[in-house]
Design a protein around this ligand. Structure first.
Ligand code: VGL
Ligand code: ZN
Length: 210
């Protein structure tokens, strides 16, 4: 079954949002078109409590972009974003949603961030995505979304770790780029882990594989 996972296509990651990814909204029309080439469409949603530990506002004297230790892990601090139930946490309105079978929420524990759509950053808790895919005997996964250097990267790396054949659609992703190299480094790390990086033009052209 050809499976598409759309990562964090939420208002807060688009221009005007709390943690705007430059040109993040540009991927939406592509995400809409690509869905038609897949049998199963899934999504992730960053979904934080208002007092989430990744919010700089929870750490007096700290600013977004700084790195602290949170519950034993290195944590980049972010502006308050994707607060559960807020408008910023909603999937982008222009995103076609009628084909989304399930949305996996992550980052719900105030003490730990979760970039990957599979596990939180300490791998203490799973979102259910891995089990869902296993229950349907799905072995390959195509990923797109926001942000290349955080949630897309960690989702793709975990997919590889779990043994999925993993494809990321390069032109359907955009990165945060806290430092200028972050996005290039993310692509390099994904490639090194065996992720196949393709252009949207290559989707739907290949013969049925899974
Ligand atoms: C993300 C930073 C914080 C992402 C989520 O979706 O890439 N980045 N929370
Ligand atoms: Zn977040």
């Amino acid at each position: 079954m050809k499976t598409l996972l759309m990562v964090d296509l939420q208002n807060d990651f688009c221009p005007g949002g709390a943690l705007a990814v430059p040109a993040g909204d540009e991927v939406i029309p592509l995400a809409n078109r690509l869905q038609e080439h897949f049998d199963l469409v899934l999504a992730t949603q960053d979904w934080h409590p208002p007092d989430h530990g990744s919010f700089a506002s929870r750490h007096p004297g700290r600013k977004p972009g700084e790195v602290i230790e949170l519950d034993g892990l290195q944590q980049v601090l972010w502006p308050d974003h994707c607060v559960a139930g807020s408008r910023g946490a909603e999937l982008v309105k222009a995103l076609r949603r009628d084909r989304i079978r399930w949305i996996f929420r992550k980052g719900t524990d105030p003490r730990i961030d979760s970039y990957s759509g599979f596990f939180d950053n300490a791998r203490r808790k799973a979102t259910g995505l891995g089990k869902f895919l296993a229950s349907k005997s799905i072995r390959s996964l195509t990923i797109l979304g926001l942000a290349t250097d955080y949630c897309v990267k960690y989702t793709a790396l975990d997919a590889r770790l779990l043994g999925f054949e993993t494809v990321v659609v390069v032109d359907a992703c955009r990165g945060v780029g806290l430092t200028p190299d972050d996005v290039d480094t993310a692509w390099r790390e994904m490639r090194k882990a065996g992720v196949r990086i393709v252009d949207s033009g290559e989707i739907g052209l290949a013969p049925e594989s899974s």
